[in-house]
Design a protein around this ligand. Structure first.
Ligand SMILES: *Cc1c(COP(=O)(O)O)cnc(C)c1O
Length: 447
């Protein structure tokens, strides 16, 4: 499996300058004069090339990528099959607009999504450009199909940066502050967060807590949809207790509420299954997808029950670029690579490798509150020694120190105290081990 993955760039961490190097520093100066300050970057290092598990910067440093551009490049950032498919499509037509002169690629992607997504019911799909756009459209469909307005989202949720998806997102800074007013009829409910819930609270009990709040505060007959990330992403890689999702799904079905799984971050082999819902046998009514879908090309999708999606009047869903032919070609190629290299199995192997080592580390240092995750979606929750008090400063320091040594790691979490690992699923074992060693050293030293 991984042995049959071939690489164009040497899969090795190599530093030839301090980070950031002089060319990156120069680009930062140009950027300040031209790019709005509101756009942030996790690292001040500029990419020139990327392949497998490495990003080569403009100064010639070879960094280990433990972020995949936020869970996007599962198949790597220059998968040869994706590159060829994209070039091939671009040589023929870059765009006609599916709403004007449709093309086969869009249909082929929709067929694939019907195959891969949970459940064997009749399905329909619509393609868009970004995760936020997929979420917006899932809610549009749910409202039209139910004739109801209210939407439930959860504590720690992240669903995007457009107006409706800001409303659905939980965290104030940096996503929402001063950007209101927000879309109405969004209600926030308690999540299952085993590390921070009362000890012993089961998934079923946590779901019942949420259901009671919905019934008292909204009323089931007012509720169009529940939207939830089966494992929360930006909110801190929070894995709900077993039973939480199935209990919610069962209640939603009984009450005519559309259950939307936002799998924008968890989808496409990341958690060791094609979708995180698969792990608990959960079948959502609508699933939203983006990030990992197309090897880095901008594409997103909703797939859902035919009887919901087909309720929408012709022309009610779409967009100029949605399902762009180049992005569709990228998706079809990326999915082929996921199958060929059995990336769900690779994700599980990456998870086993990381969790074993990180649990040993956690037994050794007193600043790790929790190690959690599934497949290649792994989190380290950093706390003040011997407490469960979040330590966002230490978290930042660890990420900065890892970068100094040539390893790109991302942070997340409502409290900013979670280090998250999202390596490309095609990363080579030795390279991943080297990345983990650097990260472990950073945690030991910082602490
Ligand atoms: C990233 C993300 C989004 C938003 O996707 P964009 O492509 O950035 O609009 C929505 N939901 C989840 C779960 C995400 O992780």
């Amino acid at each position: 499996m991984s042995s049959s993955i071939t690489y164009r760039l040497e899969q090795k961490r190599t530093l030839v300058t301090e980070l950031p190097g002089p060319k990156s520093v120069e680009l930062t100066a140009r950027r300040r004069a031209a790019v709005a300050a509101g756009v942030g970057s996790s690292v001040p290092v500029y990419a020139a090339d990327a392949d497998g598990g490495v990003i080569v910067d403009v100064d010639g440093n070879s960094l280990i990528d433990l972020g995949s551009g936020i869970a996007v490049t599962g198949v790597g950032a220059s998968d040869p099959r994706v590159a060829a498919a994209v070039a091939g499509q671009a040589a023929h037509f870059t765009h006609t607009c599916f709403m004007v002169t449709p093309y086969e690629g869009y249909i082929a992607v929709a067929e694939k999504l019907a195959d891969l997504t949970p459940g064997d019911h009749e399905k329909r799909s619509v393609l868009f450009n970004s995760g936020a756009e997929a979420v917006e459209n899932a809610v549009k469909v749910a409202r039209l199909a139910t004739g109801r307005n209210a939407v439930v989202a959860f504590d720690h949720a992240y669903h995007g940066r457009t107006n409706l998806t800001m409303a659905l997102t939980a965290k104030n800074m940096p996503y929402k502050a001063h950007f209101g007013p927000f879309a109405p009829e969004v209600y926030r409910m308690p999540m299952s967060y085993p590390y921070r819930d009362e000890p012993g609270l089961t998934g079923e009990q946590a779901a019942q807590r949420t259901i009671t709040a919905i019934e008292k505060q909204i009323g089931a007959d007012q509720l169009a949809a529940i939207i939830i990330e089966p494992i929360q992403g930006e909110g801190g890689f929070i894995v709900p207790a077993p039973g939480f999702l199935p209990t919610l799904v069962e209640w939603a079905a009984k009450n005519g509420v559309v259950f939307i799984a936002d799998e924008v971050q968890t989808g496409f082999a990341r958690t060791g299954s094609w979708f995180a819902c698969d792990d608990e046998g959960v079948v959502p009514d609508i699933i939203t997808m983006a990030k990992g879908i197309a090897g880095g090309l901008p594409l997103s999708a909703i797939t859902g029950r035919a009887e919901l999606l087909d309720r929408v009047h012709p022309g009610g869903l779409g967009g100029t670029y949605g399902g762009n032919p180049i992005a569709c070609a990228g998706a079809l190629a990326a999915i082929e690579s996921m199958v060929e290299f059995d990336l769900p199995a690779r994700a599980r192997a990456i998870g086993d490798r990381a969790l074993t080592r990180l649990r040993e580390l956690a037994a050794d240092v007193d600043v790790i509150g929790d190690i959690r995750g599934r497949g290649a979606m792994i989190a380290i929750e950093i706390v003040q020694p011997g407490t469960d008090t979040p330590d966002p400063e230490l978290t930042k320091a660890v990420a900065a120190q890892a970068l100094d040594q040539g390893v790109v790691v991302l942070t997340c979490g409502t409290y900013g105290n979670v280090i998250r690992l999202l390596p490309p699923l095609v990363i080579d074992d030795d390279l991943f081990d080297d990345g983990l060693t650097v990260l472990e050293d950073a945690i030991r030293t910082a602490h």
